[in-house]
Design a protein around this ligand. Sequence first.
Ligand code: ATP
Length: 456
Amino acid sequence: MSDVLNEYQGPASMDKISSLAKRRGFIFQSSEIYGGQSGAWDYGPLGIELKNRIMGFWWKEMTQLHDDIVGLDAAILMHSRVWEASGHVENFTDPLVDCKKCKSRFRADQIPEENLAGKKCPDCGGELTDVRKFNLMFKSHIGALEDEANIVYLRPETAQGIYVNYKNIIQSNRMKIPFGIAQVGKAFRNEIVTKNFIFRSREFEQMEMQFFVKPGTDEEWFNEWKKRRWAFYEKLGVKIDHLRWHQHGPDELAHYARDAYDIQYLFPMGWNELEGIHNRTDYDLSRHSQFSGKDLQYIDQETNERYIPFIVETSAGLTRTLLMLLCDAYDEEKVADKGNDDDWRTVLRFHPAIAPITVAVLPLMKKDGLAELAEDIRNELKEDFATDYDQGGAIGRRYRRQDEAGTPFCVTIDYESKDNGSVTLRFRDSMEQVRVNRAELAERLRKEIKGYKRIK
Ligand code: ATP
Protein backbone atom coordinates (compact mmCIF):
# COMPACT_ATOMS: atom_id res chain seq x y z
CA MET A 1 0.00 0.00 0.00
CA SER A 2 1.19 3.54 -0.73
CA ASP A 3 1.76 6.29 1.81
CA VAL A 4 -1.46 8.04 2.56
CA LEU A 5 -2.16 11.68 3.26
CA ASN A 6 -3.49 12.96 6.55
CA GLU A 7 -5.45 15.88 5.26
CA TYR A 8 -7.08 16.84 2.01
CA GLN A 9 -4.82 19.29 0.18
CA GLY A 10 -6.36 19.43 -3.30
CA PRO A 11 -8.23 22.26 -4.99
CA ALA A 12 -11.75 20.85 -4.51
CA SER A 13 -14.21 21.80 -1.80
CA MET A 14 -17.75 20.51 -1.33
CA ASP A 15 -19.08 23.96 -2.30
CA LYS A 16 -17.09 24.00 -5.54
CA ILE A 17 -18.13 20.45 -6.40
CA SER A 18 -21.81 21.01 -5.71
CA SER A 19 -21.92 24.29 -7.63
CA LEU A 20 -20.09 22.79 -10.63
CA ALA A 21 -22.43 19.79 -10.47
CA LYS A 22 -25.45 22.07 -10.63
CA ARG A 23 -24.05 24.49 -13.22
CA ARG A 24 -23.10 21.74 -15.63
CA GLY A 25 -26.13 19.51 -15.10
CA PHE A 26 -24.59 16.68 -13.12
CA ILE A 27 -26.74 16.87 -9.99
CA PHE A 28 -29.71 18.98 -8.87
CA GLN A 29 -31.46 19.17 -5.52
CA SER A 30 -34.66 17.10 -5.62
CA SER A 31 -37.85 19.22 -5.88
CA GLU A 32 -35.79 22.38 -5.87
CA ILE A 33 -38.62 24.70 -6.96
CA TYR A 34 -40.50 23.70 -3.80
CA GLY A 35 -37.56 24.47 -1.57
CA GLY A 36 -35.87 21.09 -2.01
CA GLN A 37 -36.29 17.62 -0.53
CA SER A 38 -33.33 17.03 1.76
CA GLY A 39 -31.28 13.90 1.25
CA ALA A 40 -32.65 13.31 -2.27
CA TRP A 41 -30.95 14.28 -5.53
CA ASP A 42 -31.73 14.35 -9.23
CA TYR A 43 -29.07 13.37 -11.74
CA GLY A 44 -29.06 15.66 -14.78
CA PRO A 45 -27.85 14.91 -18.32
CA LEU A 46 -24.15 14.67 -17.43
CA GLY A 47 -24.84 13.08 -14.04
CA ILE A 48 -26.87 10.18 -15.38
CA GLU A 49 -24.23 9.49 -18.04
CA LEU A 50 -21.53 9.47 -15.38
CA LYS A 51 -23.60 7.28 -13.05
CA ASN A 52 -24.42 4.80 -15.81
CA ARG A 53 -20.80 4.56 -16.82
CA ILE A 54 -19.54 3.97 -13.27
CA MET A 55 -22.20 1.32 -12.90
CA GLY A 56 -21.20 -0.23 -16.25
CA PHE A 57 -17.53 -0.21 -15.26
CA TRP A 58 -18.31 -1.99 -12.00
CA TRP A 59 -20.75 -4.39 -13.67
CA LYS A 60 -18.21 -5.37 -16.29
CA GLU A 61 -15.55 -5.83 -13.63
CA MET A 62 -17.81 -8.03 -11.53
CA THR A 63 -19.67 -10.09 -14.13
CA GLN A 64 -17.97 -10.03 -17.53
CA LEU A 65 -14.49 -10.37 -16.05
CA HIS A 66 -15.46 -12.99 -13.46
CA ASP A 67 -16.84 -16.28 -14.77
CA ASP A 68 -18.08 -17.19 -11.31
CA ILE A 69 -20.29 -14.11 -10.73
CA VAL A 70 -23.79 -13.60 -12.11
CA GLY A 71 -26.14 -10.64 -11.89
CA LEU A 72 -29.52 -10.05 -10.30
CA ASP A 73 -32.08 -7.26 -10.13
CA ALA A 74 -34.35 -7.95 -7.16
CA ALA A 75 -37.41 -5.87 -6.29
CA ILE A 76 -37.14 -2.98 -3.86
CA LEU A 77 -40.31 -4.08 -2.07
CA MET A 78 -39.74 -7.35 -0.25
CA HIS A 79 -41.65 -9.43 2.29
CA SER A 80 -41.45 -7.76 5.69
CA ARG A 81 -40.15 -11.00 7.28
CA VAL A 82 -36.95 -10.48 5.26
CA TRP A 83 -36.13 -7.49 7.42
CA GLU A 84 -36.97 -9.34 10.62
CA ALA A 85 -34.66 -12.18 9.61
CA SER A 86 -31.90 -9.79 8.56
CA GLY A 87 -32.02 -8.04 11.93
CA HIS A 88 -32.91 -4.66 10.43
CA VAL A 89 -36.27 -4.31 12.20
CA GLU A 90 -34.58 -4.75 15.55
CA ASN A 91 -31.12 -3.36 15.03
CA PHE A 92 -30.90 -1.02 12.05
CA THR A 93 -30.91 2.02 14.26
CA ASP A 94 -28.79 5.06 14.85
CA PRO A 95 -28.54 6.78 18.23
CA LEU A 96 -30.30 10.13 18.05
CA VAL A 97 -30.19 13.29 20.20
CA ASP A 98 -32.06 16.57 19.76
CA CYS A 99 -31.21 20.02 21.03
CA LYS A 100 -34.11 21.35 23.09
CA LYS A 101 -33.10 24.93 22.30
CA CYS A 102 -32.11 25.18 18.61
CA LYS A 103 -33.94 21.95 17.59
CA SER A 104 -30.90 20.61 15.72
CA ARG A 105 -30.76 16.84 15.44
CA PHE A 106 -27.54 14.83 15.71
CA ARG A 107 -26.33 11.28 15.47
CA ALA A 108 -25.03 10.71 18.98
CA ASP A 109 -21.99 8.84 17.65
CA GLN A 110 -21.03 11.82 15.49
CA ILE A 111 -20.76 14.55 18.11
CA PRO A 112 -17.82 15.06 20.51
CA GLU A 113 -17.90 12.81 23.60
CA GLU A 114 -17.85 15.77 25.98
CA ASN A 115 -21.00 17.22 24.39
CA LEU A 116 -22.76 13.91 24.72
CA ALA A 117 -21.63 13.40 28.31
CA GLY A 118 -22.51 16.99 29.28
CA LYS A 119 -25.73 16.90 27.21
CA LYS A 120 -24.60 20.11 25.54
CA CYS A 121 -25.50 21.02 21.94
CA PRO A 122 -22.36 21.35 19.77
CA ASP A 123 -24.05 24.13 17.77
CA CYS A 124 -25.67 26.44 20.33
CA GLY A 125 -24.70 25.04 23.75
CA GLY A 126 -28.36 24.27 24.58
CA GLU A 127 -29.50 21.16 26.43
CA LEU A 128 -29.60 17.85 24.56
CA THR A 129 -32.28 15.18 25.00
CA ASP A 130 -31.43 11.62 26.13
CA VAL A 131 -30.14 9.32 23.41
CA ARG A 132 -32.94 7.50 21.57
CA LYS A 133 -32.73 4.65 19.08
CA PHE A 134 -34.04 5.62 15.67
CA ASN A 135 -34.78 2.98 13.01
CA LEU A 136 -33.50 4.09 9.61
CA MET A 137 -35.92 2.07 7.49
CA PHE A 138 -38.69 3.87 5.62
CA LYS A 139 -41.93 2.10 6.41
CA SER A 140 -45.16 2.02 4.41
CA HIS A 141 -48.16 -0.25 3.87
CA ILE A 142 -49.17 -2.41 0.94
CA GLY A 143 -52.81 -2.01 -0.07
CA ALA A 144 -55.57 0.05 1.50
CA LEU A 145 -55.32 -1.13 5.11
CA GLU A 146 -52.68 0.42 7.29
CA ASP A 147 -52.26 -2.40 9.77
CA GLU A 148 -49.32 -4.41 11.03
CA ALA A 149 -49.94 -7.24 8.58
CA ASN A 150 -49.41 -4.97 5.58
CA ILE A 151 -46.13 -3.35 6.54
CA VAL A 152 -43.61 -2.96 3.80
CA TYR A 153 -40.17 -1.37 3.97
CA LEU A 154 -38.17 0.39 1.32
CA ARG A 155 -35.03 -1.73 1.27
CA PRO A 156 -32.12 -0.14 3.15
CA GLU A 157 -29.60 -2.30 1.26
CA THR A 158 -29.65 -4.44 -1.87
CA ALA A 159 -27.93 -7.44 -0.23
CA GLN A 160 -31.05 -9.13 1.15
CA GLY A 161 -32.52 -9.47 -2.35
CA ILE A 162 -29.43 -11.52 -3.19
CA TYR A 163 -29.61 -13.77 -0.12
CA VAL A 164 -33.27 -14.70 -0.65
CA ASN A 165 -32.56 -15.58 -4.30
CA TYR A 166 -29.43 -17.61 -3.67
CA LYS A 167 -31.19 -20.98 -4.05
CA ASN A 168 -33.08 -19.84 -7.19
CA ILE A 169 -29.81 -18.86 -8.80
CA ILE A 170 -28.02 -22.09 -7.88
CA GLN A 171 -30.88 -24.06 -9.36
CA SER A 172 -31.49 -22.01 -12.51
CA ASN A 173 -27.87 -21.34 -13.38
CA ARG A 174 -26.18 -24.43 -11.95
CA MET A 175 -23.77 -22.33 -9.92
CA LYS A 176 -21.16 -24.14 -7.86
CA ILE A 177 -19.52 -22.76 -4.75
CA PRO A 178 -17.51 -20.53 -4.72
CA PHE A 179 -19.64 -18.10 -6.72
CA GLY A 180 -20.99 -14.57 -6.47
CA ILE A 181 -24.14 -12.59 -7.22
CA ALA A 182 -23.88 -8.93 -8.16
CA GLN A 183 -26.58 -6.30 -7.98
CA VAL A 184 -26.92 -2.55 -8.46
CA GLY A 185 -29.94 -0.71 -7.19
CA LYS A 186 -31.62 1.88 -5.05
CA ALA A 187 -31.52 1.77 -1.28
CA PHE A 188 -33.30 4.02 1.18
CA ARG A 189 -32.28 5.09 4.66
CA ASN A 190 -33.99 7.67 6.79
CA GLU A 191 -30.62 9.19 7.73
CA ILE A 192 -30.71 11.52 10.73
CA VAL A 193 -28.22 13.97 9.26
CA THR A 194 -27.55 14.36 5.56
CA LYS A 195 -24.73 16.74 4.87
CA ASN A 196 -21.82 16.95 2.46
CA PHE A 197 -23.87 17.08 -0.73
CA ILE A 198 -24.77 13.56 -1.96
CA PHE A 199 -22.34 11.79 0.41
CA ARG A 200 -25.07 10.64 2.79
CA SER A 201 -28.46 10.64 1.10
CA ARG A 202 -31.81 9.18 2.09
CA GLU A 203 -32.26 7.69 -1.38
CA PHE A 204 -29.06 6.38 -2.96
CA GLU A 205 -27.70 3.53 -5.03
CA GLN A 206 -25.49 0.63 -4.08
CA MET A 207 -23.31 -1.78 -6.03
CA GLU A 208 -23.10 -4.97 -4.03
CA MET A 209 -21.61 -8.36 -4.67
CA GLN A 210 -22.14 -11.29 -2.34
CA PHE A 211 -19.67 -14.15 -2.70
CA PHE A 212 -20.75 -17.56 -1.38
CA VAL A 213 -17.93 -19.76 -0.10
CA LYS A 214 -17.33 -22.96 1.80
CA PRO A 215 -16.82 -22.41 5.55
CA GLY A 216 -13.12 -22.53 6.29
CA THR A 217 -12.20 -20.86 2.99
CA ASP A 218 -13.83 -17.58 4.01
CA GLU A 219 -10.68 -15.92 5.29
CA GLU A 220 -8.81 -16.64 2.09
CA TRP A 221 -11.69 -15.28 -0.03
CA PHE A 222 -12.03 -12.26 2.20
CA ASN A 223 -8.38 -11.36 1.58
CA GLU A 224 -8.78 -12.05 -2.12
CA TRP A 225 -11.76 -9.69 -2.39
CA LYS A 226 -9.91 -7.01 -0.44
CA LYS A 227 -7.18 -7.20 -3.07
CA ARG A 228 -9.59 -7.15 -6.00
CA ARG A 229 -11.60 -4.23 -4.73
CA TRP A 230 -8.47 -2.15 -4.14
CA ALA A 231 -7.33 -2.99 -7.68
CA PHE A 232 -10.68 -1.74 -9.00
CA TYR A 233 -9.95 1.80 -7.78
CA GLU A 234 -6.43 1.60 -9.19
CA LYS A 235 -7.91 0.65 -12.54
CA LEU A 236 -10.22 3.65 -12.39
CA GLY A 237 -7.13 5.81 -11.99
CA VAL A 238 -8.12 7.16 -8.56
CA LYS A 239 -5.37 8.98 -6.62
CA ILE A 240 -3.89 6.16 -4.59
CA ASP A 241 -2.65 8.36 -1.74
CA HIS A 242 -6.33 9.32 -1.23
CA LEU A 243 -7.31 5.73 -0.46
CA ARG A 244 -6.74 3.75 2.72
CA TRP A 245 -8.01 0.74 4.63
CA HIS A 246 -9.93 0.99 7.84
CA GLN A 247 -10.46 -2.19 9.82
CA HIS A 248 -13.61 -2.31 11.95
CA GLY A 249 -12.71 -2.38 15.62
CA PRO A 250 -14.68 -4.41 18.19
CA ASP A 251 -17.18 -1.52 18.63
CA GLU A 252 -17.94 -1.24 14.94
CA LEU A 253 -17.94 -4.89 13.92
CA ALA A 254 -21.44 -6.32 13.46
CA HIS A 255 -21.99 -9.15 15.97
CA TYR A 256 -22.19 -11.76 13.19
CA ALA A 257 -19.20 -10.49 11.19
CA ARG A 258 -15.84 -12.21 11.49
CA ASP A 259 -13.89 -9.36 9.93
CA ALA A 260 -14.67 -6.13 8.12
CA TYR A 261 -12.63 -3.51 6.33
CA ASP A 262 -13.72 -0.26 4.72
CA ILE A 263 -11.97 1.36 1.83
CA GLN A 264 -11.92 5.01 2.76
CA TYR A 265 -11.32 7.98 0.47
CA LEU A 266 -9.88 11.35 1.43
CA PHE A 267 -12.78 13.65 0.48
CA PRO A 268 -12.42 17.44 0.87
CA MET A 269 -14.21 17.04 4.24
CA GLY A 270 -11.82 14.28 5.34
CA TRP A 271 -11.45 10.50 5.31
CA ASN A 272 -14.74 8.71 4.81
CA GLU A 273 -16.08 5.29 3.88
CA LEU A 274 -16.45 4.44 0.23
CA GLU A 275 -16.96 0.70 0.30
CA GLY A 276 -17.15 -2.09 2.86
CA ILE A 277 -15.72 -5.60 2.51
CA HIS A 278 -17.23 -7.89 5.09
CA ASN A 279 -16.93 -11.50 6.14
CA ARG A 280 -20.57 -12.07 7.14
CA THR A 281 -20.12 -15.75 8.09
CA ASP A 282 -23.20 -17.96 7.67
CA TYR A 283 -25.38 -15.50 9.54
CA ASP A 284 -27.57 -14.31 6.66
CA LEU A 285 -28.48 -17.66 5.17
CA SER A 286 -28.92 -19.27 8.60
CA ARG A 287 -31.34 -16.53 9.62
CA HIS A 288 -33.31 -16.74 6.36
CA SER A 289 -33.43 -20.50 6.73
CA GLN A 290 -34.75 -20.15 10.24
CA PHE A 291 -37.33 -17.45 9.45
CA SER A 292 -38.60 -18.91 6.17
CA GLY A 293 -38.49 -22.55 7.22
CA LYS A 294 -36.69 -23.37 3.95
CA ASP A 295 -33.53 -25.42 3.84
CA LEU A 296 -30.86 -23.11 2.46
CA GLN A 297 -27.98 -25.53 2.75
CA TYR A 298 -25.71 -25.99 -0.20
CA ILE A 299 -25.21 -29.54 -1.40
CA ASP A 300 -21.83 -30.24 -2.93
CA GLN A 301 -22.65 -32.65 -5.78
CA GLU A 302 -19.19 -34.17 -5.82
CA THR A 303 -18.64 -34.84 -2.13
CA ASN A 304 -22.27 -34.87 -0.94
CA GLU A 305 -21.32 -32.43 1.79
CA ARG A 306 -24.06 -30.10 3.03
CA TYR A 307 -23.43 -26.76 4.61
CA ILE A 308 -24.69 -23.19 4.91
CA PRO A 309 -22.23 -21.11 2.89
CA PHE A 310 -20.28 -18.22 4.36
CA ILE A 311 -20.65 -14.88 2.60
CA VAL A 312 -17.97 -12.38 1.72
CA GLU A 313 -19.65 -9.11 0.79
CA THR A 314 -18.31 -6.17 -1.16
CA SER A 315 -20.67 -3.24 -0.72
CA ALA A 316 -20.02 0.06 -2.47
CA GLY A 317 -22.18 3.14 -2.88
CA LEU A 318 -22.73 4.01 -6.54
CA THR A 319 -23.74 7.59 -5.83
CA ARG A 320 -20.98 7.90 -3.23
CA THR A 321 -18.46 6.62 -5.77
CA LEU A 322 -19.76 9.25 -8.18
CA LEU A 323 -19.10 11.96 -5.59
CA MET A 324 -15.65 10.50 -4.93
CA LEU A 325 -14.84 10.56 -8.65
CA LEU A 326 -16.00 14.17 -8.99
CA CYS A 327 -13.70 15.16 -6.10
CA ASP A 328 -10.85 13.00 -7.38
CA ALA A 329 -11.12 14.35 -10.94
CA TYR A 330 -11.50 18.01 -9.97
CA ASP A 331 -8.55 20.22 -10.78
CA GLU A 332 -7.81 23.88 -11.31
CA GLU A 333 -4.89 24.62 -13.54
CA LYS A 334 -3.11 27.79 -14.57
CA VAL A 335 -2.84 27.69 -18.34
CA ALA A 336 -1.93 31.31 -19.21
CA ASP A 337 -0.42 34.35 -17.56
CA LYS A 338 -2.44 37.29 -18.83
CA GLY A 339 -3.64 38.43 -15.45
CA ASN A 340 -7.32 37.63 -15.95
CA ASP A 341 -9.82 34.91 -14.98
CA ASP A 342 -9.21 33.08 -18.22
CA ASP A 343 -5.71 32.18 -17.07
CA TRP A 344 -7.21 29.31 -15.09
CA ARG A 345 -9.19 26.36 -16.24
CA THR A 346 -11.34 24.00 -14.21
CA VAL A 347 -10.93 20.47 -15.43
CA LEU A 348 -12.42 17.13 -14.43
CA ARG A 349 -9.79 14.51 -15.10
CA PHE A 350 -12.14 11.53 -15.39
CA HIS A 351 -10.86 8.25 -16.73
CA PRO A 352 -12.16 8.17 -20.35
CA ALA A 353 -14.02 4.93 -19.58
CA ILE A 354 -16.35 6.79 -17.21
CA ALA A 355 -16.39 10.36 -18.63
CA PRO A 356 -19.97 11.40 -19.48
CA ILE A 357 -18.86 12.62 -22.91
CA THR A 358 -15.96 10.77 -24.50
CA VAL A 359 -15.39 12.97 -27.51
CA ALA A 360 -16.66 16.40 -28.53
CA VAL A 361 -16.64 17.43 -32.17
CA LEU A 362 -16.09 21.13 -32.78
CA PRO A 363 -16.07 22.90 -36.14
CA LEU A 364 -13.64 25.83 -36.09
CA MET A 365 -16.19 27.93 -37.99
CA LYS A 366 -19.85 27.36 -38.80
CA LYS A 367 -19.45 28.53 -42.39
CA ASP A 368 -17.81 27.15 -45.52
CA GLY A 369 -19.15 23.64 -44.96
CA LEU A 370 -17.12 23.08 -41.75
CA ALA A 371 -20.26 22.60 -39.61
CA GLU A 372 -21.63 20.01 -42.03
CA LEU A 373 -18.33 18.16 -42.13
CA ALA A 374 -18.15 18.19 -38.32
CA GLU A 375 -21.68 16.85 -38.01
CA ASP A 376 -20.85 14.13 -40.47
CA ILE A 377 -17.81 13.09 -38.41
CA ARG A 378 -19.85 13.22 -35.23
CA ASN A 379 -22.47 10.94 -36.77
CA GLU A 380 -19.75 8.50 -37.67
CA LEU A 381 -18.36 8.45 -34.11
CA LYS A 382 -21.77 8.27 -32.43
CA GLU A 383 -22.24 4.52 -32.81
CA ASP A 384 -19.14 3.76 -30.75
CA PHE A 385 -18.59 6.74 -28.47
CA ALA A 386 -20.55 9.14 -26.28
CA THR A 387 -20.26 12.32 -28.34
CA ASP A 388 -21.11 15.97 -28.09
CA TYR A 389 -21.23 18.65 -30.75
CA ASP A 390 -20.59 22.33 -30.10
CA GLN A 391 -20.31 25.06 -32.67
CA GLY A 392 -20.90 28.15 -30.52
CA GLY A 393 -18.23 30.65 -29.47
CA ALA A 394 -14.45 30.89 -29.62
CA ILE A 395 -12.67 27.55 -29.81
CA GLY A 396 -10.74 28.19 -26.58
CA ARG A 397 -14.02 28.74 -24.72
CA ARG A 398 -15.43 25.54 -26.15
CA TYR A 399 -12.38 23.58 -25.00
CA ARG A 400 -12.87 25.01 -21.50
CA ARG A 401 -16.50 23.96 -21.45
CA GLN A 402 -15.49 20.42 -22.36
CA ASP A 403 -12.67 20.43 -19.78
CA GLU A 404 -15.18 21.33 -17.11
CA ALA A 405 -17.45 18.47 -18.19
CA GLY A 406 -14.48 16.09 -18.08
CA THR A 407 -14.46 15.30 -21.83
CA PRO A 408 -11.11 13.61 -22.47
CA PHE A 409 -10.95 14.24 -26.25
CA CYS A 410 -11.98 17.06 -28.57
CA VAL A 411 -11.89 16.79 -32.33
CA THR A 412 -11.63 20.08 -34.20
CA ILE A 413 -12.55 20.43 -37.86
CA ASP A 414 -10.83 23.22 -39.79
CA TYR A 415 -10.10 24.21 -43.39
CA GLU A 416 -7.32 21.67 -43.66
CA SER A 417 -9.87 18.98 -42.76
CA LYS A 418 -11.79 19.92 -45.90
CA ASP A 419 -8.68 19.76 -47.99
CA ASN A 420 -6.98 16.60 -46.79
CA GLY A 421 -9.39 14.85 -44.41
CA SER A 422 -7.24 15.33 -41.30
CA VAL A 423 -8.64 16.65 -38.00
CA THR A 424 -7.12 18.01 -34.79
CA LEU A 425 -7.34 15.69 -31.79
CA ARG A 426 -6.95 17.60 -28.55
CA PHE A 427 -6.21 15.89 -25.23
CA ARG A 428 -7.90 17.23 -22.12
CA ASP A 429 -5.13 16.51 -19.61
CA SER A 430 -2.05 17.68 -21.51
CA MET A 431 -3.92 20.07 -23.85
CA GLU A 432 -1.64 18.64 -26.51
CA GLN A 433 -2.99 18.65 -30.08
CA VAL A 434 -2.14 16.22 -32.85
CA ARG A 435 -3.28 15.84 -36.44
CA VAL A 436 -5.07 12.58 -37.23
CA ASN A 437 -6.62 11.29 -40.43
CA ARG A 438 -10.36 11.02 -40.24
CA ALA A 439 -10.19 7.37 -41.32
CA GLU A 440 -7.96 6.55 -38.33
CA LEU A 441 -9.79 8.63 -35.75
CA ALA A 442 -12.04 5.98 -34.19
CA GLU A 443 -9.21 3.49 -33.85
CA ARG A 444 -6.93 6.13 -32.33
CA LEU A 445 -9.61 7.05 -29.78
CA ARG A 446 -10.08 3.41 -28.81
CA LYS A 447 -6.34 3.07 -28.29
CA GLU A 448 -6.16 6.24 -26.20
CA ILE A 449 -9.02 5.06 -23.98
CA LYS A 450 -7.50 1.64 -23.43
CA GLY A 451 -4.03 2.94 -22.72
CA TYR A 452 -5.12 5.94 -20.62
CA LYS A 453 -2.79 6.88 -17.77
CA ARG A 454 -3.56 9.84 -15.63
CA ILE A 455 -0.73 12.35 -15.79
CA LYS A 456 -1.88 14.92 -13.21
P1 ATP B 1 -22.64 4.52 7.90
O1 ATP B 1 -22.12 3.78 9.09
O2 ATP B 1 -21.71 5.56 7.38
O3 ATP B 1 -24.05 5.01 8.03
P2 ATP B 1 -22.67 1.95 6.76
O4 ATP B 1 -21.35 1.50 7.26
O5 ATP B 1 -23.91 1.51 7.45
O6 ATP B 1 -22.70 3.51 6.66
P3 ATP B 1 -23.04 0.13 4.67
O7 ATP B 1 -24.33 -0.37 5.21
O8 ATP B 1 -21.83 -0.72 4.84
O9 ATP B 1 -22.77 1.59 5.23
O10 ATP B 1 -23.26 0.51 3.15
C1 ATP B 1 -22.39 0.15 2.14
C2 ATP B 1 -22.07 1.33 1.27
O11 ATP B 1 -23.26 1.98 0.83
C3 ATP B 1 -21.26 2.42 1.98
O12 ATP B 1 -19.88 2.12 1.93
C4 ATP B 1 -21.60 3.65 1.16
O13 ATP B 1 -20.77 3.73 0.01
C5 ATP B 1 -23.02 3.38 0.72
N1 ATP B 1 -23.97 4.11 1.58
C6 ATP B 1 -24.43 3.72 2.78
N2 ATP B 1 -25.29 4.64 3.27
C7 ATP B 1 -25.36 5.62 2.34
C8 ATP B 1 -26.08 6.85 2.26
N3 ATP B 1 -26.91 7.23 3.21
N4 ATP B 1 -25.90 7.63 1.16
C9 ATP B 1 -25.06 7.24 0.16
N5 ATP B 1 -24.36 6.10 0.19
C10 ATP B 1 -24.51 5.30 1.27
